[in-house]
Write a protein that binds this ligand. Structure first.
Ligand SMILES: Nc1ncnc2c1ncn2[C@@H]1O[C@H](COP(=O)(O)OP(=O)(O)O)[C@@H](O)[C@H]1O
Ligand SMILES: [Mg+2]
Length: 290
């Protein structure tokens, strides 16, 4: 990004990454595992995990949210507060993931919770065999039981996020429309490319979702235009507006779609879920795949 012109953004990807971005997503018929990742904190990963999952479940999809952030905000935001074991026990202790799954109050939406214990996992994983594939292996028994598995990644490109990427079919990147929005995107794309080469050749970019969008803000609109220019149709048409209801809902332990379905943020996440399903040819509203 240039300091002379704050809206000018350097290309976030070099040409070798183009095929990754341009590749069409295959129409899927089984479980689709999506890592919600961006190593920047506070860009809307967890809010997207909670509310996209709820939107997908509302469309009749069976959804599992795997909380991979030691802050556990996806777990608490989905009302999962009490459990005997969590994702730490799965990744480090080798616990059976099926025994750790909690039902949320939303029909069709289950959660593998995380707690502060997970903070130590980045270090503890280093000494474990196949440390990058622990989640992938743990999820194998539940593939087929869910239509979507969404992993809420921590704000880092460490072993937890690597586990999410190795286990994933694709990556959904929430991007906040702000001055340094694309800072770090090159690193994220390179990490995805590396995982693709080494462990998971099918890994793709599901899409980029613009979060905390404010259409009245000139910088926001300029950033959106740049992002759409570089990433083309990988950027969802649906944008998530800045909406205080989205930030209030977690303190009640419910998704915004339950807290206030009519608010602009909830409506946007419902549209995002519908757009995702439409793009994959699973249209709940009978529309053809794009
Ligand atoms: N669209 C939005 N409008 C208003 N506040 C938001 C929105 N998305 C997220 N937030 C708030 O911003 C903060 C960071 O969001 P979060 O989803 O936790 O980001 P991340 O998981 O990337 O760190 C949280 O307090 C959240 O409630
Ligand atoms: Mg988060």
């Amino acid at each position: 990004m240039s300091y002379e012109n704050p809206t000018k953004i350097d290309p976030p990807i070099d040409p070798q990454h183009e095929p990754l971005i341009e590749a069409r997503l295959p129409v899927h018929h089984g479980t689709r595992t999506i890592a919600i990742a961006n190593q920047k904190g506070g860009v809307g990963k967890t809010t997207t995990a909670i509310n996209l999952a709820t939107g997908l479940a509302a469309c009749g999809q069976r959804v599992l949210v795997v909380d991979l952030d030691p802050q556990g905000n996806a777990s608490t935001g989905l009302g999962v507060l009490e459990y005997d074991a969590d994702v730490y026990d799965v990744l480090i202790g080798g616990a059976d993931l099926t025994k750790v799954i909690c039902h949320s109050d939303i029909p069709g939406l289950d959660v593998v919770p995380a707690s502060a214990d997970l903070a130590g996992a980045e270090i503890e994983l280093i000494d474990i065999d196949h440390r990058e594939a622990r989640l992938s292996k743990a999820l194998a028994p539940v593939l087929g039981q869910y239509d979507y598995i969404l992993t809420d990644c921590p704000p880092a490109l460490g072993l937890l996020t690597i586990n999410a990427l190795v286990a994933a079919d694709s990556v959904l990147v929430p991007l906040q429309c702000e001055y340094f929005a694309l800072e770090g995107m090159t690193r994220l794309m390179k990490s995805i490319e590396r995982i693709r080469r080494a462990y998971n050749e099918d890994l793709n970019v599901q899409g980029i979702v613009l979060t905390m969008h404010d259409g009245r803000n000139n910088l926001c609109r300029s950033v959106e235009a740049e992002v759409r220019e570089y990433f083309g149709d990988r950027v969802y048409r649906t944008v998530i507006p800045r909406n205080v209801r989205l930030s209030e809902a977690p303190s009640y332990g419910v998704p915004a779609l339950v807290y206030d379905l009519a608010c602009a943020g909830s409506q946007a996440y419902a549209r995002l879920a519908a757009e995702m399903l439409r793009r994959e040819g699973v249209g709940p509203i009978g529309e053809a795949a794009e």
